[in-house]
Design a protein around this ligand. Structure first.
Ligand SMILES: Nc1ncnc2c1ncn2[C@@H]1O[C@H](COP(=O)(O)OP(=O)(O)O)[C@@H](O)[C@H]1O
Ligand SMILES: [Mg+2]
Length: 249
């Protein structure tokens, strides 16, 4: 039986005028889970909450059976790829990739071995001595992924990993993420506002609306109306939803 790797119980947080409201979510080990929603619906805050960026909240978050809310983010074994990739621009690609190993005091040999292994896996070996600002969007993305994956995270979180890429690069990155998912056998949660991307990449999709996790669907059922009119309006638009209701009523 598939095990739950992440369990979020009644998690709420208020940031300024915005609230995430009583989020309950279980993510299954090995799955790709998408958080889908409009801009401002709270996707990033939820992802950051899982990573451990916030301290004043209510509820609990478990990784496997362990509550992680009192574990500092660097000890959670969660990889995070930021929306803008968050690379250190004053460091080379190589220095970016091995950063986590270095601050954890791993030997220079291990840094080199794993750094090159990771770069090879992500096809950026030829860019190791360059600086992030000299890279293409796809290469920056792959560097950020390598930096996260080198730490062997139990969970990989990616915030809008594809949204800044051009269509051709996007397709390559979809395939790269699928390859990584297979090779590392890791659980991935990614954020997107693109329905088709969610359907293409994810096993299950959580729909975020106004700070709520409004519903969860298997990706094959994403576009099957299931009675929640608010979700239907989000997925099909106001006009189409009304037309569909007229047809079916
Ligand atoms: N630290 C913060 N303090 C106050 N408001 C915030 C903070 N971070 C995000 N917000 C607001 O919360 C809302 C949801 O943010 P976010 O999770 O980034 O949305 P999404 O990623 O779905 O676009 C937005 O309106 C944003 O401006
Ligand atoms: Mg966001």
């Amino acid at each position: 039986m598939k095990e739950t790797i992440l369990k979020i119980n009644d998690y709420s947080i208020k940031l300024g005028n915005f609230s995430l409201k009583r989020i309950n979510l279980q993510v299954i080990e090995g799955e790709i889970f998408a958080l889908l929603g409009k801009t401002g619906s709270g996707k990033t805050i939820l992802l950051e909450s899982i990573a451990g960026f916030y301290h004043r909240f209510s509820g609990d978050i478990y990784l496997k059976d362990q509550s992680i809310i009192s574990i500092p983010l660097e000890k959670r074994q969660i990889g995070y790829v930021y929306q803008d990739f968050g690379l250190f621009n004053h460091m080379t690609v190589y220095e970016n990739i091995i950063y986590g190993l270095k601050i954890n005091g791993k030997s220079r040999d291990e840094q080199q071995l794993k750094g090159h292994e990771m770069a090879q896996m992500l096809s950026i070996e030829h860019r190791l001595n360059q600086y992030p600002l000299t890279l293409s969007g796809g290469e920056r993305q792959r560097t950020a992924l390598a930096r996260a994956l080198i730490m062997k995270p139990r969970l990989l979180l990616m915030d809008e990993p594809f949204s800044s890429l051009d269509p051709a690069t996007k397709e390559i990155m979809y395939q790269q993420i699928e390859k990584i998912h297979t090779l590392f056998n890791c659980t991935i949660i990614f954020v997107t506002h693109d329905f088709n991307e969610a359907k293409r990449m994810a096993d299950r999709i959580g729909i975020m609306m106004d700070g709520e996790l409004r519903g969860i669907r298997n990706s094959e059922n994403l576009f099957v109306p299931n009675g929640d009119q608010k979700i239907d309006r989000f997925l099909f638009g106001e006009r189409n939803t009304n037309e569909r209701i007229n047809i079916t009523s």
